[in-house]
Design a protein around this ligand. Sequence first.
Ligand SMILES: Nc1ncnc2c1ncn2[C@@H]1O[C@H](COP(=O)(O)OP(=O)(O)OP(=O)(O)O)[C@@H](O)[C@H]1O
Ligand SMILES: C[C@@](O)(CCOP(=O)(O)O)CC(=O)O
Length: 489
Amino acid sequence: MGTPIVVSAPGKVLIAGGYLVLDPAYSGLVVSTSSRFYTVIRAETSTTSRICVRSPQFTNATWDYNVSSVAAQVTVEPSPENASKNKFVHLALQKTITLAVEVKGASSVKDILSKGTDIAIVGGNDFYSQRAQLEARNLPRTLESLSKLTPFAYTGVELANVHKTGLGSSAALITSLVSALLVYLQVIPESSLTEGDNQGRRLAHNLAQYVHCFAQGKVGSGFDVAAAVFGSHLYTRFQASVIQPLMDDQVVPLFPVISPSNSEWNYNIGDFKLPPLTRMMLADVDAGSDTPSLVGKVLKWRQESRDTANALWTTLDSLNQELAKTLLQLSELYSRNEKAYIDVVTHAASLSASEWSTLTMSKDPVISAFVKVRNTTESIRGKMREMGTLCDVPIEPIEQTKLLDACVSLPGVIGGGVPGAGGYDAIWLLVFDPPGSSEELPSERVGGLWQSYTELDVSPLLASESMAKGARIEKLADIAGLKEAVGSA
Ligand SMILES: Nc1ncnc2c1ncn2[C@@H]1O[C@H](COP(=O)(O)OP(=O)(O)OP(=O)(O)O)[C@@H](O)[C@H]1O
Ligand SMILES: C[C@@](O)(CCOP(=O)(O)O)CC(=O)O
């Protein structure tokens, strides 16, 4: 068996721009996470072109597919013996193979698939709640405990019953699977996924967006797939009409629509990353909310109260843009004068935000920028709460307000909020992460608060921001626990 193709894709956190990002007139600030999905593809040595997809973290999660072809039409059919269905995986296979046949020709694709294919898919532990695993091992809900769990741990349940944490498992799964298949079927070169923005990466993006929309039965904003492909960025959505001709599954060629040269793909990936020496922290608050029903109510309110909604969204959008600009400016200030930046972070890390002005360097541009980040995140929270009240939707419900207020008043916490659609799901924080500090780190202070918090059931996630820009080629041996998790074919 040759070297496997391994492609990973990160999860996402929409730190600003929830709801607004559904409208191409506005943008969303999305951070990609160090927690990733991995797809490992290997050729088998059999005599049939069967494709076996395995998700070893779940029970009854092996799906066999038969590949058949009539002329240039290749069909992927789930085996009747499969113990469960996986629409997302099935569609990813069908659509990617169809596109590959269009681009490379049927004989090239059939040749690559002729001896059978083994595909293993795993997601980082953060994608699924680890509460049960921690309890079973009698471990407290801390980052330290999470780091002791086996990577890609077995969940003990079927996929349909897993408790997801909101990091965008389906978008990361589809992106890693579609991208890995495009490489395996030689539609795009490996370099597409080792280099930054390029045509191959864009092809993977467009196809993953389409497959994800098709599997979900609706066209969302797509920020989650965009984060999985491109990493952290400022996202402006594509117009839904670009994939509309393919959404009713009429047999039309995919490539003319999916191709990166189709100018109807008008999404924009703006530059964005979190500042140096800060750390994003995430916690799942376990009450869970139903995003589609929140979205439905917010959009209905926007229809019915156009003027109020537009005024609120315009204010929110300028705050979101301000946040993006100031966070980026901090990276620039770091590269201009590293020492001055490190001094500020080191000092401010042990002070509460109200004390930052007491620093001798309080007129410093780095301090001013962090103060602006703080004030802007607080204003965004205020406006999101206002929207929640106006639509009667719990975007930042009182329980989360209390938790966030307690977090952002801790020394070293810069700001935070409710990610994405909000609603009893999760919180995100940005904290200082000073180098070589002997004092308690802000992340440790936050961890302590979360552990002792009783009003909500707070469970931290290990993820921080992924510095790698989106989907990428990996080496099986380089990822701790991956070889063991995917086992042998
Ligand atoms: N490890 C996996 N292996 C195979 N398929 C998976 C895996 N994880 C998720 N999926 C697919 O993704 C689907 C879940 O998609 P859904 O849109 O409900 O989640 P999501 O909104 O992306 O979740 P979250 O954002 O909370 O992670 C599953 O039904 C399954 O088809
Ligand atoms: C409300 C919305 O803007 C964001 C939802 O984000 P999340 O799934 O809650 O992270 C919906 C969307 O963009 O598809």
